[in-house]
Design a binder for this molecule. Structure first.
Ligand SMILES: Nc1ncnc2c1ncn2[C@@H]1O[C@H](COP(=O)(O)OP(=O)(O)OP(=O)(O)O)[C@@H](O)[C@H]1O
Ligand SMILES: [Mg+2]
Length: 243
């Protein structure tokens, strides 16, 4: 049986994919689901060569309380670069078949698997295989994490177009780091403009939060923010397995 899940992509690096993936994990766990998390490829990892560690993977892992570290983050590189570039520099490669195998294995253990991409849709994992290919091969719908600052309409529409052209199902957009005070005109108007121009649902927005940090593994009020502000039902899709 095909087990459900979601792929978290973004308009860019550093937009909040890890925060969103962790927030979804916390919210689904609260609903009684056994949630698996995966960061198939991570770069900018730390630690010794035998055991490179990704902050993203640790954050997801802690949020979901998972049990299979080798499946969560199978491919790791030290240099903070696109995977294909980091792999070339480090004289390694990204084993795409290995990623698919790890994902299939995770699906067996969990009700719902949340996969965080790397950068945006056109980040190369090998010279001819991109994040968009991985989403298709995992056969998952995606959530797009975006900013609402000036320039976001262009970045978000490019991402939506690239996904739709490739037949990737978009569940919706989550805007991150939306200021609650001192916001700009662009920050007030961009989300609605993006929805009106594309028809893609807006699943909610996450404010700039104190007490939340991926690198030191702090969640702050993330779970509460997701309960109050994010349309978890839309991310789940078919609710029958969650009841
Ligand atoms: N809503 C928020 N409030 C405060 N800090 C945030 C928020 N969202 C993200 N951050 C911080 O911004 C940084 C980037 O967020 P995050 O790691 O989730 O982005 P990403 O898209 O996953 O990045 P990458 O491309 O490296 O995987 C992190 O240090 C995180 O702690
Ligand atoms: Mg991340």
């Amino acid at each position: 049986m095909k087990r459900p899940g979601i792929f978290i992509t973004g308009t860019d690096t550093n937009v909040g994919k890890t925060v969103v993936a962790a927030g979804i994990a916390l919210a689904l766990k609260e609903r009684g689901l056994k949630v698996g998390v995966m960061k198939p490829v991570a770069t900018g990892c730390e630690g010794n060569e035998k055991y490179l560690v990704s902050h993203d993977a640790v954050y997801l892992w802690e949020a979901a309380e998972n049990e299979y570290p080798s499946l969560t983050n199978p491919s790791r590189f030290r240099n903070p670069l696109a995977p294909h570039v980091a792999a070339t520099l480090e004289k390694k490669s990204v084993n795409i078949e290995g990623l698919k195998k790890a994902y299939r294995e995770l699906q067996k253990h969990y009700d719902f698997v949340i996969v965080e991409g790397i950068g945006g849709l056109f980040v190369p994992l090998t010279k001819d295989y991109f994040v968009s290919n991985l989403i298709k091969d995992f056969d998952l719908p995606c959530v797009i994490v975006a900013k609402s600052v000036l320039g976001s309409i262009n970045h978000t529409l490019l991402t939506i177009d690239a996904a739709l052209v490739r037949g990737i199902d978009i569940r919706g957009i989550i805007f991150n780091r939306v200021p609650v005070v001192n916001y700009s005109l662009a920050e007030i108007t961009s989300p609605r403009a993006i929805h009106e121009l594309t028809g893609v649902p807006i699943l909610g927005s996450i404010p700039e939060m104190d007490g939340l940090d991926v690198s030191s593994c702090r969640f702050g009020r993330l779970q509460q923010v997701f309960e109050e502000r994010i349309r978890i039902d839309k991310i789940l899709g078919d609710p029958s397995f969650a009841s």
